[in-house]
Design a protein. Structure first.
Length: 271
């Protein structure tokens, strides 16, 4: 059942790739490498666990006169789903083979492979098979792991210029044009002052997508519906059509406060 679940994840990824949607999970680089059937090497560990990578790299320049930072034999401590730890040999009789100058490179490669893949290979394969259940393998030809992650997961940094280019304003507030123009300026100024995480939260609240597409364009433009002034109400969103409903608040400070309250509460509303 667990492997079947991973295959389902792969099918969802395949649907996202075929339809240009954003997949919400950002896997490590080596997972995308496996999906593309590209080699996974110990350098991938630098993206996955920089501290462990630096510790292993230090072994390659060590004179081995001092105790290495990690295990000094060909073993790896594995933790199962219950939190129980088991010592696994990286090669036959690994617990009896000390790491030295002559075999340090072999140890580093085997250790990194165990950390990055190990028993997860069945899950990785299930994800890949799930993707290929939906799209032909030729769609993945020529892609790098970075390309695939960007296409399927989008851009992590929310660009205000991209948001502005993809957003239209609708009005049912009955406010004067001067008030509307001033409110639109407040709207973009408030968002621009948000932290990177707050911008991502806003995009998720607004569109249901955790990030912006790599193309810089949504399949359908986002919109902001300006509602009559009511300072007591929070903004709401209809993620199916990427529409944000915002009352024309009385002040810029009120707009910021209400937006932050809405996105932090994940208060989705359908109108």
């Amino acid at each position: 059942m667990r492997i079947a679940a991973f295959r389902t994840v792969g099918r969802i990824m395949g649907i996202c790739l075929s339809q240009g949607d954003i997949f919400p999970l950002r896997f490590a680089r080596h997972v995308f490498s496996y999906i593309l059937k590209q080699p996974i090497c110990w350098l991938d560990l630098g993206f996955y666990d920089p501290t462990l990578f630096n510790n292993l790299r230090s072994m390659l320049t060590s004179d081995f006169l001092e105790q290495p930072v990690v295990e000094n034999d060909f073993t790896y401590v594995e933790r199962n789903s219950k939190g129980e730890m088991t010592v696994v040999c990286l090669k036959p009789n690994g617990s009896q083979i000390p790491v030295n100058k002559d075999n340090a490179i072999e140890f580093v490669y085997k250790y990194a492979e165990k950390v990055l893949v190990g028993k997860r290979i069945a899950a990785f394969e299930a994800i890949r098979e799930g993707i290929l259940d939906v799209i032909p393998e030729t769609m993945l030809d020529g892609l790098t792991p970075e390309d695939l992650r960007l296409i399927i997961c989008g851009v992590e940094t929310v660009s205000i210029s991209v948001l502005q280019a993809n957003t239209s304003f609708l009005d049912e507030s009955r406010a004067s044009q001067d008030i509307l123009n001033r409110f639109k300026q407040w709207f973009w100024q408030v968002i621009e002052a948000f932290t990177p995480q707050e911008k991502q939260d806003l995009v998720f609240f607004w569109t249901g997508s955790p990030s912006l597409p790599a193309t810089g364009k949504w399949q359908s433009s986002a919109s902001v519906m300006l509602r009559p002034q009511e300072d007591i109400f929070l903004p709401t969103a209809n993620t199916c059509i990427s529409r944000l409903y915002v009352p024309v608040y009385s002040s810029k400070r009120m707009l910021r406060s209400k937006l932050l309250m809405a996105i932090k509460a994940r208060n989705f509303g359908f109108v």
